[in-house]
Design a binder for this molecule. Structure first.
Ligand SMILES: [Zn+2]
Length: 260
């Protein structure tokens, strides 16, 4: 059987593998054009590459701070392409009173987790609303992906053990915390340089790293290629491209997309 590296170099569809993406976006952004960003186009590209499913969230609330419209776009995408997208609701803690009602509304619509990007929204990374959001997630055992976790991450890992915390971008600097807590995961997202992935995997727990594409900002292959080509064992690559996320979904009781 060919190695994952060889299959990547041949441009082969990874038919026998489980691919799950922990970081993808749906909708339009104000800053640049997003070609082929419709849910159907995205799902068709996932089908072509044998990607079973993806956590998806909006662009809108990142740039404008208005999250309701973007959450509705994600809910619509999940309805239009059932069993492929797992919606994560975005909230903006700057609009304090809207946060919990919007979380309640979105979980009524079938969202499975929370995406935060307070860094872009101008909210402090240790602000008090975090505890309310994490409390909501803890009660329901949800994954929460933040663009960048702030200085209180370790105390939150202890206070909210039922929350699965995901570092939204590649951050090998979290290796020590990831070893110390079962509920902390690191996304590979960024167009990671191949040596950066190899260096990071020397210190990170291989069972807590998950591939994230940042589609439709980036194409799926941008982040997937450097993982498949890295000088890392195929067993670890398989964990990173899908098996670890499968474990996360099972931990959170989220239905696993079943592929085509
Ligand atoms: Zn992103």
């Amino acid at each position: 059987m060919k190695t994952l590296r060889d299959q990547c170099l041949l441009g082969a569809r990874l038919s026998g593998e489980i691919l799950l993406d922990c970081h993808a976006h749906i909708g339009r952004g104000a800053d640049y054009v997003i070609p082929d960003g419709d849910p159907e186009a995205l799902a068709s590209e996932m089908n072509r590459l044998n990607i079973r499913g993806a956590f998806v969230f909006q662009f809108t609330g990142i740039q404008t701070g208005e999250t309701t419209i973007g959450n509705d776009i994600v809910a619509d995408a999940c309805r239009r392409v059932p069993g492929r997208f797992m919606g994560m609701t975005m909230v903006n803690p700057v609009f304090e009173r809207d946060v919990l009602p919007e979380l309640e509304r979105c979980f009524g619509l079938g969202f499975v987790g929370i995406k935060l990007i307070t860094h872009y929204q101008g909210y402090p990374e240790d602000g008090p609303l975090f505890e309310r959001i994490l409390g909501f997630a803890h009660e329901r055992g949800l994954p929460v992906l933040n663009h960048a976790w702030g200085p209180k991450l370790e105390s939150w890992l202890k206070t909210f053990p039922k929350v699965q915390f995901i570092c939204g971008h590649w951050d090998p600097g979290r290796a020590e915390l990831v070893r110390a807590y079962e509920n902390l995961w690191v996304c590979t997202c960024l167009p990671i340089a191949h040596e950066s992935f190899e260096r990071g995997m020397a210190s990170l727990r291989p069972d807590r790293v998950m591939w994230g594409s940042d589609m439709s900002d980036l194409q799926f292959g941008c982040g997937l290629g450097p993982i498949l080509l890295a000088r890392v064992s195929d067993a670890i690559k398989r964990r990173v491209i899908g098996l670890n996320m499968l474990e996360l979904l099972e931990t959170c009781g989220i239905a696993v997309p079943d592929g085509w």
